[in-house]
Design a protein around this ligand. Structure first.
Ligand SMILES: [Mn+2]
Length: 493
C-alpha cells in the first residue's frame, strides 16, 4: 500500500488526535502538503474539547504555517478520513464518520477497523512515517523549509529531544531535513509552561527510592511527556541512583521514561519489560528509553504495576561475566556448527581507501575509515558488523556469488566527506564458513545477561529457551544463541 493509492478520493480529511502534539501537527501537515503537490484537496483538522494553547505549539502553527483547523463540531462525512499519529476508534481521537478510513501511526497497534493501515510502532515519530512515505512517492519535504522544520520538530518532541531515537529511519530523516533552526530554538525555549514547571518540582519532591537496586521511581501528574524526560534525566544525576523511571497516568495512557547509568541495565530492555503485554516500549537505547501502557490492560494502578515489574526485573536475571566464569560442561551437550553461507562487502569497493564513513544499520551507526583490508560481514540474522580480512579468511572462504537478502532496513554507507550514501547490498558477495567448531550448549531455564569476554560494558540478553553456549576450545568464549536459530546453526554430535 502506498500514499498514491489515496489520491483517487475526492473529499479527504486528515485528522490527528485530540490535544495535538508537535508530531501530530507535523504529520498532518506533511500529508496535506503531499496531497497539494498532487493537486488533490484535503482538510487537516483536530477535534476534542480543547483548543491548542501550549505556547510551543502556537509558535509552531504560526511560524511554520501549519494548516490545521480546530473543528470540534465537525459533522461532514468525508470519502476518506486519515487519522495520523493515532488510530481510528481509539479514545484519544474524537470519532468522525467517514466512508473509508486510513490510519498512519507509530503507536502500539490496536484492532483498528481501518481500510488502510500503516502502523510502525518501531519508529520514534509519525512524522518519520509520513516523511518516508512521501519520499517513496518521489516528493521531497525539503522543498518546503517550513514543513521540513515541522517534521524535524515532530521527531524531536516525540523522542525527548532526539535522545530516545533508535531506528535508522528516524536518523535518516534527522540527517536529511533542512530546517529553520531559529524557529526550533524558539519552540524549544517555550516548551514548558509555569504549571508544568511546578509539576516537575512536585513530582521530584515525592520521589521513591529503592536502596537495594539504586532505583528511583517518580510519579508526575499527567503532563506533556517531555516533562518525564526532563525529570528522569535530572534525577539520574543523583548519587547512588543507577536507574530512574518517571511516569504519569492519565485516563488515556500511562507514559514513562527510563534512564539508566548501570551497565547491568539497558534502558530500552527495561522499558520493554515494564510495558510487556500492556502497551509497548517506545524505542530508545541502552541509556534512555520510554514507553506506554494502555489503562485498559492494567489490573492495578500504574504505580503498583511499575513497582512490581521493576522489582521482578531485578529478581529474574542471572548476570554472567564470561571472563571469569567456567560453565559446568557436564550439564551441557556437545553440538557442531553447520556450515553457513553469509554475505560480505569489501569496503574499498564502495568508497576509496581512506574515506571516513558512517555505516547505518538497524542495530545502530558505526563510524570508521576505509582501509585496504576492511570488510563488512552480513550475518545469517541480517546483523552487520565490520571485520578485517585476516579474521574473515580465518573462518570463511570467499565463494564470490552475488549475495541477496531482504532487510527491514537495508544497511547503507555514507561517505562523510561528500555525504554520498550507497546501499551495501549491490556490493555484497557470498562467503562460506570453513572447518567445524564444537560447542557445548544448554537451553536457559532463567533469563540471563551475559557480558562476553569481548564486551565488558554491554551485555547480551538471553530468555528462557534460548541457548547458553561455550566453545569447546575456549572455556571463556561464552555466548547466547537465540532459540529460533539454534537448529539452523547447530546439530547434535
Ligand atoms: Mn507521535
Amino acid at each position: 500500500m502506498q500514499l498514491k493509492d489515496l489520491l483517487k478520493y475526492e473529499n479527504i480529511v486528515i485528522q490527528c488526535h485530540d490535544n495535538p502534539d508537535a508530531d501530530a501537527l507535523a504529520s498532518g501537515y506533511a500529508l496535506k502538503w503531499y496531497f497539494e503537490q498532487n493537486k488533490v484537496k484535503a482538510r487537516f483538522i483536530y477535534r476534542g474539547r480543547n483548543e491548542i494553547k501550549k505556547s510551543n505549539l502556537l509558535i509552531m502553527i504560526k511560524e511554520l504555517e501549519v494548516p490545521v483547523e480546530y473543528a470540534p463540531d465537525f459533522d461532514e462525512v468525508p470519502d476518506l478520513l486519515i487519522t495520523v499519529d493515532c488510530q481510528y476508534g481509539q479514545k484519544n481521537v474524537t470519532m468522525t464518520q467517514a466512508k473509508k478510513i486510513a490510519v498512519i501511526d507509530h503507536h502500539i497497534k490496536s484492532n483498528t477497523v481501518a481500510g488502510f493501515s500503516w502502523v510502525r510502532s518501531d519508529l520514534g515519530s509519525c512524522s518519520t512515517i509520513c516523511w518516508d512515505m512521501i519520499k517513496e512517492e518521489g516528493f521531497d519535504p525539503n522543498n518546503n523549509r517550513l514543513l521540513a522544520t515541522a517534521l524535524f520538530y515532530g521527531l524531536f518532541s516525540d523522542t525527548n529531544k532526539l535522545s530516545e531515537v533508535s531506528h535508522p529511519l528516524d536518523r535518516d530523516m534527522m540527517d536529511s531535513l533542512v530546517i529553520n533552526k531559529g524557529v526550533i530554538m524558539e519552540m524549544v525555549n517555550s516548551n514548558i509552561s509555569l504549571d508544568e514547571l511546578q509539576i516537575t518540582g512536585k513530582a521530584i519532591i515525592n520521589y521513591e527510592y529503592h536502596k537495594g537496586n539504586k532505583t528511583l521511581v517518580i510519579e508526575a501528574e499527567a503532563c506533556d511527556p517531555c516533562i518525564l524526560g526532563v525529570i528522569s534525566d535530572f534525577a539520574l544525576e543523583t548519587e547512588n541512583v543507577d536507574v530512574c523511571v518517571a511516569f504519569y497516568e492519565s485516563p488515556y495512557e500511562v507514559k514513562f521514561s527510563v534512564r539508566s547509568c548501570s551497565k547491568e541495565v539497558h534502558a530500552d530492555e527495561l522499558a520493554a519489560f515494564l510495558a510487556d503485554g500492556l502497551g509497548g516500549g517506545g524505542g530508545g537505547h541502552m541509556l534512555k528509553a520510554g514507553g506506554t501502557m494502555l489503562p485498559e490492560y492494567l489490573t492495578k494502578s500504574a504505580k503498583e504495576t511499575i513497582d512490581e515489574r521493576l522489582a521482578k526485573y531485578y529478581e529474574i536475571y542471572l548476570v554472567i561475566y564470561a571472563k571469569n566464569t567456567k560453565l559446568n560442561l557436564s550439564k551441557m551437550k556437545p553440538y557442531e556448527k553447520i556450515n553457513q553461507t553469509l554475505g560480505t562487502v569489501k569496503l574499498s569497493e564502495v568508497f576509496p581507501i581512506g574515506t571516513p564513513i558512517n555505516i547505518r544499520t538497524l542495530e545502530g551507526d558505526v563510524d570508521t575509515v576505509i582501509t585496504k583490508d576492511a570488510y563488512l560481514m552480513i550475518g545469517v540474522e541480517g546483523e552487520v558488523y565490520p571485520i578485517d580480512e585476516k579474521k574473515l579468511l580465518s573462518s570463511y572462504q570467499m565463494t564470490n556469488f552475488v549475495f541477496t537478502r531482504e532487510f527491514e532496513y537495508e544497511p547503507r554507507i555514507k561517505n562523510l566527506q561528500t555525504n554520498e550514501v550507497k546501499l551495501v547490498m549491490p556490493f555484497a558477495k557470498t562467503v562460506r564458513t570453513i572447518g567445524t567448531s564444537i560447542i557445548f550448549a544448554k537451553p536457559l531455564d532463567q533469563p540471563v545477561k551475559l557480558f562476553t569476554a569481548w564486551t565488558e560494558d554491554k551485555y547480551y540478553s538471553g530468555q528462557v529457551g534460548d541457548y547458553l553456549a561455550v566453545r569447546a576450545d575456549d572455556e571463556h568464549d561464552i555466548y547466547i544463541i537465540k532459540e529460533r536459530v539454534f537448529d539452523k546453526f547447530y546439530k547434535a554430535r
